[in-house]
Design a protein around this ligand. Structure first.
Ligand code: SF4
Length: 312
C-alpha cells in the first residue's frame, strides 16, 4: 500500500443500506437512498481504464450480485478489485470463498474495538463484533492456505475507541493483516450529527495513539489517516493519505481529490507540506479553532516519502 498511485481508483457505491448503524458513519444517508445498485455494471464499463475498483457504501455485501460484479470487473481488465465491508456477511465461510474465487484481490474489514462491548456499542448493532471477528479469522485462514488476498483492517478512532486502541491493535495482530488503518474520526455525516459523542481534540488523539504505538503487540504496519501532519512528529512514519477517487454522481463521473472536505488556515500558509497534508476538516476548526496547528518547515519529510502511504 505504500507509494503514490498514478491513477485514481473507481469507487462503486454498491448498496443503499447497511446492516450496521455506526455512530460515525461518513455516508450521507439522504444521498445513500439515491444509490442505484443496478448502475454498478455501467460504472465498471465506463471506467475500465482505471484498472482499480473498490466496492463500497453502504454495505456492499448486501448487493445480491457482488460475486458477479467482482467477476465482471476481472473480465473487464481490472487488476485491483477490492471490497470495504463491516465483515458480518463474511462470517459465512462459503460466501467469503465465493468472493475470492470470483477474483477479489483485496478486502478492507472495519473493526472499531477489541471486544463486543466497545465495537457493538459504536456500530449500534448487538452481535456485530462476533460476526466481524469470525470473518477476520476466516480471512486469516484463507491467507494461511496460500490464497493471495490483501487484507486491510480499518478502525475509526473516536471517543469510545481511543481508550481501547492498544488492545484493538493487539487483537488485530492475531489475524495478521497487511496493514491496519486507524482513521481519525472525520466530522462528516453521522459523526457531525453526533459530534459531542464522537469527535475529540487532536491533542488527545495523538496522546492515545502515541502510547498505543509505543507499547504492546500490533500489526506489522499501522497507518494513521486524517491526522494533520504538524501535530506529532514521532507518529509521522505512520501517517497516510487518502486516495484520489472517481465516483458517479447524477450520471457523471467526478474525480474527488485526496483532501476533500479539508481546508487550509493561517498556520498552513507558510507550511512546507501544505499540499501533501491538505489541512484540517472544516467542521473541526469551526469547533476547536486553529490554535493547535503550526507550519512545518521540513519539506524533506515529503521528499523522503515516509508519509506516502496510500489508503483504500
Ligand atoms: S500547518 Fe496546516 S498544512 Fe501544515 S501540517 Fe499543519 S494542518 Fe497540515
Amino acid at each position: 500500500v505504500r507509494g503514490e498511485r498514478d491513477r485514481p481508483r473507481l469507487h462503486v457505491f454498491t448498496s443503499g443500506s447497511c446492516n450496521n448503524n455506526c455512530l460515525f458513519c461518513l455516508d450521507d444517508r439522504a444521498a445513500r437512498r439515491e444509490i442505484d445498485p443496478s448502475d454498478a455494471e455501467n460504472q465498471l464499463v465506463a471506467n475500465r481504464h482505471l484498472k482499480s475498483v473498490l466496492f463500497t457504501c453502504g454495505e456492499p455485501t448486501l448487493h445480491p450480485d457482488l460475486v458477479q460484479l467482482i467477476g465482471r470487473s476481472r473480465e473487464l481488465g481490472y487488476e485491483d478489485v477490492r471490497v470495504v465491508t463491516n465483515g458480518r456477511r463474511l462470517a459465512y465461510p462459503d460466501y467469503t470463498r465465493r468472493l475470492v474465487a470470483a477474483g477479489l484481490t483485496g478486502i478492507t474489514v472495519s473493526l472499531h474495538g477489541p471486544d463486543a462491548e466497545t465495537h457493538d456499542r459504536v456500530v449500534r448493532t448487538p452481535g456485530a463484533f462476533a460476526q466481524t471477528w469470525q470473518a477476520l479469522e476466516h480471512l486469516a485462514t484463507l491467507r494461511a492456505e496460500g490464497i493471495a488476498l490483501e487484507l486491510t483492517t480499518s478502525s475509526v478512532i473516536q471517543k469510545h475507541t481511543l481508550p481501547r486502541v492498544g488492545d484493538l491493535l493487539a487483537r488485530l495482530a492475531q489475524v495478521g493483516p497487511d496493514v491496519s488503518v486507524l482513521n481519525v474520526v472525520q466530522p462528516l455525516g453521522e459523526a457531525l450529527v453526533h459530534f459531542e459523542a464522537t469527535v475529540l481534540p487532536y491533542r488527545e488523539i495523538v496522546a492515545g495513539l502515541r502510547s498505543a504505538l509505543v507499547d504492546g503487540e500490533r500489526p506489522r504496519e499501522v497507518a494513521i489517516e486524517g491526522l494533520p501532519w504538524c501535530l506529532s512528529p514521532e507518529l509521522r512514519s505512520h501517517l497516510g493519505q487518502r486516495e484520489e477517487i472517481v465516483v458517479r454522481h447524477d450520471g457523471d463521473e467526478r474525480t474527488l481529490d485526496r483532501h476533500r472536505n479539508q481546508i487550509h488556515g493561517p498556520p498552513c500558509q507558510t507550511c512546507a507540506v501544505a499540499d501533501a497534508c491538505g489541512g484540517v476538516f472544516e467542521a473541526y476548526v469551526e469547533r476547536f479553532g486553529w490554535g493547535e496547528f503550526s507550519p512545518l518547515v521540513d519539506r524533506a519529510v515529503v521528499d523522503r516519502g515516509d508519509t506516502g502511504c496510500e489508503l483504500p
